[in-house]
Design a protein around this ligand. Structure first.
Ligand SMILES: C[S@@+](CC[C@H](N)C(=O)[O-])C[C@H]1O[C@@H](n2cnc3c(N)ncnc32)[C@H](O)[C@@H]1O
Length: 247
């Protein structure tokens, strides 16, 4: 059975349409980039992390899909000529950029007239308690220094704000959507294990916790997640903003 696509990827692909070429900014391990290629795009993924690019190339090789992965910094001028791509996408990277408007101007420069730019970021942290409550529990149990990670989570996470940035980059036909769903977990302990198993920040934190620290975090987390209990377990809201625009 094919693995489920990461949250928001289907919506990004739908907004991108069927471009003949696509550039994926901050591509990470290439899940979205590969999906663009599967749908017929000559796809290029760029990231500043050599490790992420190695993982992306391995993923493409394993799938037998031809994709170009290159090292590039989205805080700098992109190493592509103007109007080079029919689509530019970026999932969960724009909020990390030093100057997101400048990154979007670069996206607008390299997309051809009539082409599409699609970006996605997590909505504000208050709309993502699945991530925010465990981090707040760490701060409460162990102090703010131990919870000083993923500070950009929720940056640009307002649909109107993100849409306006696309407009200021010279893009038009702007559409902003907020995707919402819920994570279903049996209990707070299961949620912590899930985070530690798949989200790097929590994986590293969990590995460094002494047993008494883990217990303190678990106790605070159980209290903080109490309002999210429903009949059959926890229901934790999750939200992502997806903006598409045309040049
Ligand atoms: C949260 S990951 C998202 C990866 C991928 N787009 C996804 O949806 O799974 C953010 C990615 O942005 C990359 N990144 C962060 N800052 C960057 C920069 N200035 N230039 C290029 N890539 C950057 C990171 O290396 C990382 O792979």
């Amino acid at each position: 059975m094919a693995a489920a696509l990461p949250y928001g990827v289907s919506e990004i692909l739908e907004a991108a349409g069927a471009p003949e070429s696509a550039l994926d900014l901050g591509c990470g391990s290439g899940r979205l980039t590969l999906e663009l290629a599967r749908r017929g795009a000559a796809a290029t993924g760029v990231d500043r992390s050599a490790k992420a690019l190695d993982a992306a190339r391995a993923r493409a090789r394993a799938a037998g899909i031809d994709v170009v992965f290159a090292q590039a910094d989205i805080d700098e001028a992109l190493p592509f000529s103007g109007r080079a791509f029919a689509a530019v996408t970026s999932r969960l990277a724009l909020m990390i950029a030093r100057d997101p408007p400048a990154t979007l101007r670069e996206a607008a420069r390299v997309v051809r007239p009539g082409g599409v730019v699609v970006t996605a970021v997590w909505a504000r942290i208050e709309e993502n308690p699945w991530f925010g409550e465990p981090r707040a529990a760490v701060a409460e149990a162990l102090g703010p220094d131990r919870a000083a990670f993923a500070r950009v989570f929720g940056r640009l996470g307002d649909a109107d704000e993100l849409a306006e940035l696309h407009r200021q980059a010279g893009l038009a036909d702007i559409r902003a959507d907020v995707l919402r769903d819920e994570l279903h977990l049996a209990d707070p302990e299961a949620h912590w294990r899930d985070l530690a198993g798949r989200i790097g920040h929590y994986t590293r934190l969990d590995a460094a916790l002494a047993p008494d620290e883990r217990q303190r975090v678990a106790d605070v987390l159980a209290r903080r997640l109490a309002p999210f209990h429903a009949d059959a377990g926890l229901r934790l809201p999750r939200a992502m903003v997806v903006v598409s625009a045309r040049r």
